[in-house]
Every structure is written in structure tokens, then in C-alpha cells.
Design a protein around this ligand. Sequence first.
Ligand code: HEM
Length: 340
Amino acid sequence: MIDIQDWLMKSTLDSIFKVGFGVDLDTLSGSKEQGTRFSKAFDDSNFIIFHRFVDLFWEVKRYLNIGLEAQLKRNLKVIDDFVFQLIHSKRELMNTGFERSKEDMLSRFLMASIEDPENMTDKYLRDIILNFLIAGKDTSANTLTWFFYMLCKHPFVQEKIAMEIKEVTAMPENQNIEGFAECLTDEVLDKMHYLHAALTETLRLYPAVPLDGKSAEEDDVLPNGMKVKKGDGISYMAYAMGRLTEIWGENAEEFIPERWLDNGKFLPQSSFKFVAFHAGPRICLGKEFAYRQMKILAAVLIFFFKFKLGDESYIARYRTMFTLHMDKGLHLLAFHRSCP
Ligand code: HEM
């Protein structure tokens, strides 16, 4: 039995490090002790910071450096040391003129910092790195976890996705994993309309950012006439909006990927209706990256394996965090598709 949520959290972290910072962290196989320490410190800090919402005395504990706040301080040191080390070694690598290092995001930010060293300090670069990690790691991993949960609860959908992947990639069943992953070009992924729809349907019901908010920069009036004063906070709940019958019809609570399809082609909805990625000028910057990453992971796993819940009657619950984490993980059985 595997806890797929744990594996997905590790693989999205590894993938952001590779694409964003050009580093093989390899927390998935745990081969690098430093990477595993960083990853644990990052996840624990995330939890402790969220816990501040329900702990009236967190500031006192921070002042006295006790309890979770003392733990947070230690974790932040692990995170800072790791990230500053990453920035320094990347800078050294760039100074040697190693061309490939210019391909990732961090290298580009480092090049920009040469032009503007006063504003783009190492602390600023550290915050950029952590910002991308916070925005892009748990969100994709949580979405994929709920997606696999939905596929186990709806085996017919899982089989339809498996068929689509087989048809679009035209790969033989005895293909090896590396060869299969290589065939997943943008062009091939774009043809996976049903998979795209199933991921989007998952996000409608289980938005990775379930509650979001903004504060008004100036006095304003909302479209329904409500007056907002400068500095007022406004929250919206993507989790509730995804389940409103006024928006999605009578079957709003049901998982139906077909609602996103028109003649077999994915039909996007307004981002003000489907708000999982936010909307307007501050819409998620990583949306396309997230879909690509989630489609690659899902396609590889579903092409080779069929998934079932360890306990068929299991009802998943969410854990209150910044993102929609599944409580106690998702324990699945994986069967190789080539085995009868
Ligand atoms: C299923 C996956 C994802 C979901 C559901 C998601 C959702 C969101 C949401 C709701 C916001 C707005 C947050 C706010 O109001 O402040 C946001 C912002 C952002 N996201 Fe994502 N995200 C996902 C994946 C990613 C990935 C993989 C990356 C980067 C690699 C990323 C990068 C960002 C960034 C940089 C912002 C800030 C944009 C800004 O404030 O201008 N996201 N995302």
C-alpha cells in the first residue's frame, strides 16, 4: 500500500527545484540528506505558521522562544541556510560561464540582480524562491491527491483516462517508463482533453486554495452595489463556490468531467466562475505549468498502473491548512496494467 499524497508532495517539490532552480533535490527517493531536511523544515514551518491563526499566544511564545515558535525558529534557520547556499552556488556556477545554468528561473533572476543589486539582494532572491515553493508545491500535489481519490471512487473515469492516454500517445503496453515519459510533449498533452477535464473537475470540487482574500487598495463599489472602503479585507471561498447549484446546476456536488467537454474538446469557463486559480490581474502565474506538471504525472502513473483505495469505503477528509491537504494521506493499491 502506498501513501500517494506523500509521494506527490515529494515529487512536486523535486519538480519545482529542477525546473525553477536547476537542482536535483531528490526527496522522492530521499537520496540527499540535506534536501530531505529542508523539505521537512519547509512543511513543518507551513503548518506552524497556519497554527498561529488558532493560537492566541503565539506572539508570547515567539518572544519567549518556546513551543512551536522555538521549533519554527529552528526550521527557518534550516530553510535560510539551504536557500542561501543554493543562491551562492548558483552564482558561482554562472560566474564560471556554465551555459546550462541560465535555463532555469533562478539563473534568470540572478542575471537580473546583476543589473539591480540594490533591490535584488540575496534576501529578496530567497523570498522569490520560497514564494514559488509555497505557491507551487502543495497546490499541485494536493490537487493530484484529490484527483486520484476521485478516480478510485469513479473507476469508469479512471478507465476513460487510461484509454485516452493510450490513444493519444499510441504507445505499446510493453513500453518502458523513460520512453513513455519522453513521448509526453506539449503537443501530445494538449490532446488529452478528458484528462484535462477530470483535473479541472477535481479543482472545482477540491480547490487547492479553498479560501482566498484580498484587501482594497482604495474605496470601491462591488458589482452588486456593496461599498468597500480602502483597507477592507474581502474573502471568497472557492470551495463553496465550486459546489453552488446557482453556479454549476443541480448536479454541482457530483464529479462529472464531461461538464467541461464540448464535442470531446475541453471547454474552459470564465476564471470568475471557476476560481480555483484566482482571477484578474493576480491570477495564478503557474497555471499552465501546473496543468502540464499534473498531466505528465497523471499520464505516466495511469498508463502503467490502475489504482484502488486500500479501503474501498474510505471517505477522505481535508486537513485545515493554507492548501486543501488530505487528512491522514491517501492510501492506495497500485496494480500494473500489464498484469491480468
Ligand atoms: C493546481 C495547482 C495550483 C493552484 C490551484 C494554484 C492557485 C493559485 C491561486 C488561487 C493563487 C492566488 C493566490 C492569492 O490570491 O494570493 C495563485 C497565485 C500564484 N501562483 Fe498558483 N496555483 C497552482 C500552482 C502553481 C504553480 C505550480 C506555481 C509555480 C510554479 C504557481 C505560482 C503562483 C504564483 C507566483 C502566484 C502569485 C501570483 C500573483 O500574486 O501575482 N502556482 N495560485
